[in-house]
Design a protein around this ligand. Structure first.
Ligand SMILES: Nc1ncnc2c1ncn2[C@@H]1O[C@H](COP(=O)(O)OP(=O)(O)OP(=O)(O)O)[C@@H](O)[C@H]1O
Ligand SMILES: CC(C)(CO)[C@@H](O)C(=O)[O-]
Ligand code: BAL
Length: 363
């Protein structure tokens, strides 16, 4: 898969994705001009922020926005502030040609299948530059960088935030900017990044932002792997083993929900850990040219609102099972082996399962 293509070219005043009515908006001012009449006309705007490299997870959020709003706007912007200094900003997949084809296909689908959709298509895509988004200059990526940032603690310091100390500061900062620019009635986020949804809900609540946060379910490949733009880094060998995180979380969920039902952290997370250990042992029994090595960053059982770790699950409250793994570069790559985008660097994947109070009532 080609992962780097040119960004949309600038030309006429009203630029559109070819053969569609999807407006391409490049500047803050262009979005404000597009937005203004919808307020006057009392037309609702649903907003789906993305970093591009669009897949069916993004598409499911755009469809949800189209069901509930008169207009849908998608942003495609790889936000430097949420990448740590040693992270993959330089190789993050940028696939504008494929992304515009995804949006065009979806636009046609919404136009032809009016049933169930308020929006008749995708109205606009916002593709700002970093100079637009960070007028004071390229944002600092180190924890002590000066700059104008939105910080939410303690939620931003645990789990993903412990491994990626500036990640949620970058996400909250860019989302605050995007929400201020787009002024959406509703914003759409995926459950795949569950801690991000908790951070965004906290930001909307604590800063009194006039928007509703909608969270869509995680879209998965048939083998359970959560779709993710970073999956392109995997290559075939590592892709085959990548569902291990989802399988481990499901083992934990089963420990909770089956039989007498474990409520204790060690019993629940122990089930996940055992499954992952068994998969790793099987891999390590293979030759270096065949095997895949991975490390568990964390497995967590946390409170659904604060994401603080739990010793026990209160069935009336539910919990979040989540985890992150690092899949190491392949050893002994074969001459014709597909190692993945950017020669298959270390890939860090996340996933989660929500134990909802309703599930526990049924258990
Ligand atoms: N599999 C998925 N199902 C549902 N929503 C998803 C899925 N993957 C991503 N999203 C959501 O799409 C939005 C944009 O995410 P983003 O562009 O970072 O894609 P991503 O696949 O999560 O990328 P990355 O691999 O960098 O984490 C976020 O709200 C994210 O939670
Ligand atoms: C919300 C977001 C677009 C902010 O850059 C990003 O974190 C993502 O794609 O999940
Ligand atoms: N989907 C979350 C974006 C990131 O990991 O940077």
């Amino acid at each position: 898969m080609a992962c780097r293509s040119t960004s949309p070219s600038s030309s006429s005043a009203v630029e559109k994705i070819p053969s569609t009515s999807i407006r391409i908006l490049r500047s803050v001012e262009a979005v404000r001009r597009w937005r203004r009449p919808h307020t006057l006309d009392r037309r609702t705007v649903g907003f789906v922020p993305t970093m591009g490299a669009l897949h069916e997870g993004h598409v499911s959020l755009i469809r949800a926005a189209a069901r509930e709003n008169h207009h849908v706007i998608v942003s495609v912007y790889v936000n430097p502030a949420q990448f740590g200094v040693a992270e993959d900003l330089g190789s993050y997949p940028v696939t504008w040609a494929a992304d515009s084809a995804v949006l065009a296909r979806l636009d046609r689908e919404l136009a032809s299948d009016g049933a169930g959709f308020l929006a008749a298509g995708v109205s606009a895509v916002f593709t700002p530059s970093t100079a637009d988004m960070y007028p004071a200059g390229f944002p600092g990526q180190a924890p002590d960088s000066p700059g104008s940032f939105v910080t939410l603690t303690p939620i931003s310091s645990v789990l993903e935030g412990a491994s990626r100390p500036t990640f949620f500061r970058g996400v909250a900062t860019v989302c605050m900017k995007l929400f201020n620019i787009v002024q959406p009635d509703r914003v759409y986020f995926g459950q795949k990044d569950v801690q991000q949804t908790v951070v965004i809900r906290a930001m909307v609540r604590d800063f009194m932002l006039p928007t509703a946060v909608v969270v869509g379910p995680t879209v998965r490949a048939p083998d359970g792997l959560a779709l993710s733009s970073r999956n392109v880094y995997l290559g075939a060998r590592r892709r085959a083993v990548a569902p291990v995180l989802h399988d481990a979380l499901r083992a934990a969920e089963t420990a909770y929900s089956s039989g007498a039902g474990a409520r204790d952290r060690d019993a629940i997370l122990g089930a996940a850990r055992s499954l992952a250990d068994a998969v790793l042992a099987d891999q390590m029994a293979l030759a270096p040219a065949q095997r895949v090595r991975f490390e568990i960053d964390y497995l967590s059982l946390s409170d659904p609102e604060t994401m603080q770790e739990l010793a026990q699950v209160d069935p009336a409250r539910g919990a979040i099972l989540s985890g992150a793994i690092r899949i190491l570069p392949v050893e002994d790559p074969q001459p014709d082996e597909d190692r993945g985008h950017s020669d298959g660097p270390l890939v860090r994947l996340i996933d989660n399962i929500i134990i909802s109070p309703a599930d526990t009532a049924a258990a």
